[in-house]
Design a protein around this ligand. Structure first.
Ligand code: NAD
Ligand code: ZN
Ligand code: ZN
Length: 389
């Protein structure tokens, strides 16, 4: 089959690779009808996540048609149309039973490296390093889905691939980001990053009752899309974000702040962002947490900082003094996608949201390498890429 494979920094290739096979009784094989490129894939593309191997198949936002099921899989049958969560979860362990699917303690076959780095291992993920299981991803013609009787959700009649594909990751992630904020009537939610995740967080914050959303980025078409969703937008290159948020909230700060940027925050945003870049480049630091610092400062006393942008290691100069003295709550996670799927499928079905609004580019797997570049460089108005194998 054809698949997009990783070969180092900025080197994604569309290659022929062996077809996946059923390996365990609960597996299924999916013929991929649509898959997407995620902001998290850019961390791999930029070579900043450890333990990718040459030839690894990329992709963790995938849907398609079931073409084969293992002998113990009682849930799926050939012909089912499903969306596959990016988190691989057994459904039976301590964490899965509590709904913390992205903490599954069985799906990473070699948790030792993650334990060394983080003290414990989260779930295995599709196409996301050997630290997190070394599973082949879904930017391919076919995908092997382990524990396929837990993860995939069947798609009801009448919904297009474009409407449901983002249930695999960015819609639940944006929704979780807003859900973490415990939104009350009258609340103002500030969201850093108007990429695909930020856009989903904006819509979700309004669905969950926010009165105002302040959305921060610098890319004009991303700010424009945020505005179309009803957000007040701020360009971090021409305004002091802290001052503007204080002005908008009578000097108090936002009720909750969402970091939908993570470790690759723009180094030109401020002096501390530039310093982060230098530290990472000279191996004096692991991450660039400028946005997290700013989100903490802009949050009101006893507010919530919700972190869904991904960080990898040990973050420098986080203003914990501000957080502790002002009683902030921190919430963060790789999304336990399965936990949110049923609610969000309902919200799509009853017309509350059509997540396809963020798609700007569609192509074939062969177009994949070029579209990675377009997405990274935010060229040609690119906000979200969907590939149709
Ligand atoms: N927690 C999860 O489960 C999960 C799931 C999916 C994605 N993610 C993470 O979410 C983050 C966003 O993903 P995406 O797909 O939207 O990626 P993206 O790269 O398309 O979007 C990031 C946006 O942040 C903006 N940005 C950069 N610096 C900024 C700053 N200083 N202030 C405000 N905005 C700034 C960029 O212009 C860009 O529009 C990534 O870190 C990704 O890894 C997490
Ligand atoms: Zn993702
Ligand atoms: Zn589990």
């Amino acid at each position: 089959m054809k698949a997009l494979t990783w070969h180092g920094k900025h080197d994604i290739r569309c290659e022929s690779v062996p077809d996946p096979q059923i390996e365990e009784g609960r597996d299924a094989i999916i013929k991929v009808t649509a898959c997407a490129i995620c902001g998290s894939d850019l961390h791999l593309y930029n070579g900043i996540m450890p333990d990718m191997h040459s030839g690894d198949i990329m992709g963790h936002e995938t849907m398609g048609e079931v073409v084969e099921v293992g002998k113990d899989n009682k849930k799926l049958k050939v012909g089912d149309r499903v969306v596959v969560p990016f988190t691989i979860s057994c459904g039976e362990c301590f964490f899965c039973k509590r709904g913390f699917f992205s903490g599954c303690e069985r799906s990473n076959p070699d948790p030792s490296k993650a334990k060394k780095l983080w003290g414990g291992s989260p779930a295995g993920l599709f196409g996301y390093t050997h630290l997190l299981g070394g599973y082949s991803g879904g930017q391919a013609e076919y995908l092997r889905v382990p524990y396929a009787d837990v993860g995939p959700i069947k798609v009801p009649e009448g919904l297009t691939d474009e409407q449901v594909l983002f249930l695999s990751d960015i819609f639940p992630t944006g929704y979780m980001a807003a859900d973490f904020c415990n939104i009350q009537p009258g609340d103002t939610i500030a969201i850093w990053g108007c990429g695909p995740v930020g856009q989903m967080a904006i819509k979700s914050a309004f669905i969950l009752g926010a009165e105002r959303v302040i959305a921060i980025d610098t890319v004009p078409e991303r700010l424009a899309l945020a505005e179309r969703s009803g957000a007040i937008t701020l360009d971090y290159m021409d305004k002091d974000i802290y001052d503007r948020i204080m002005e908008l909230t009578n000097g108090r700060g936002a009720d909750a702040c969402i970091d939908a940027v993570g470790t690759e925050s723009d180094p030109s945003a401020s002096w501390d962002a530039r310093l982060d870049r230098i530290k990472v480049a000279t191996f004096m630091g692991t991450d660039r947490p400028h946005v997290l610092r700013q989100a903490i400062h802009c949050c009101r006393n006893f507010g919530t900082v919700s972190i869904v942008g991904v960080y990898g290691g040990f973050l420098d100069k986080i203003p914990m003094g501000s957080a502790i003295n002002r009683g902030l709550t921190f919430k963060m996670a790789q999304t336990p996608v399965q936990h949110y799927l049923p609610i969000l499928m309902d919200r799509i079905q009853n017309g509350e949201i059509d997540p396809s609004f963020i798609i700007t580019h569609t192509g074939s797997l062969e177009d994949g390498p070029d579209l990675y570049k377009t997405f990274l460089e935010k060229k040609d108005g690119c906000i979200k890429v969907v590939l149709k194998p």
